[in-house]
Write a protein that binds this ligand. Structure first.
Ligand SMILES: [Zn+2]
Length: 160
């Protein structure tokens, strides 16, 4: 895999495995790296999701993008509950775009937007002050926090 990239240096991350770090200051709103992958149909997406592939993005009504390929270094970027980047669909491609100014040396993160299915199997170690403890989409933070509070308040949390 070619890990050379102008704006990002890939190296060991305190969050998880290998992460991407800004080599210099990146302006808010700029495209940091394209999230590349294989274009696949909806049925194929479904089959790959069932087999545990979490790198699939919606492209349009016909196509999805499977980023779980060697030649997509953006798949190494870590999730964060307070990310400095976000995945955006631009002209039929997926880009990681800076949500704010990113300083040199900062780890570049985005929200993986996982749903609640088996979310307990995906703990988050992003280290941000607002970390909800699991890798889920931002709109699900409230639900996950409420569940954690419930679980903490009972000796043997009942599974519903
Ligand atoms: Zn987190």
């Amino acid at each position: 895999m070619n890990l050379r990239h102008d704006l990002i240096e890939f190296r060991s991350s305190p969050i998880h495995g290998t992460g991407g770090f800004a080599t210099g200051s990146i302006a808010a709103g700029s495209r940091v790296i394209e999230y590349q992958g294989e274009r696949i149909g909806k049925q194929q997406s479904l089959e790959r999701c069932i087999r545990g592939n979490h790198c699939i993005f919606y492209l349009d009504e016909t196509w999805n993008l499977d980023g779980n390929v060697d030649w997509n270094p953006a798949r190494l970027l870590n999730h964060s509950c307070a990310p400095n980047g976000e995945a955006e669909r631009i002209d039929g491609r997926i880009w990681i775009v800076a949500r704010r100014t990113i300083s040199a040396g900062e780890e570049i993160t985005f929200n993986y937007n996982y749903d609640l299915e088996n979310y307990r199997e995906h703990p988050c170690r992003c280290g941000s002050s607002g970390c909800v403890g699991f890798i889920v989409a931002q709109e699900l933070f409230g639900h996950v926090l409420a569940q954690s509070l419930l679980a903490a308040g009972t000796e043997a949390p009942s599974r519903s």
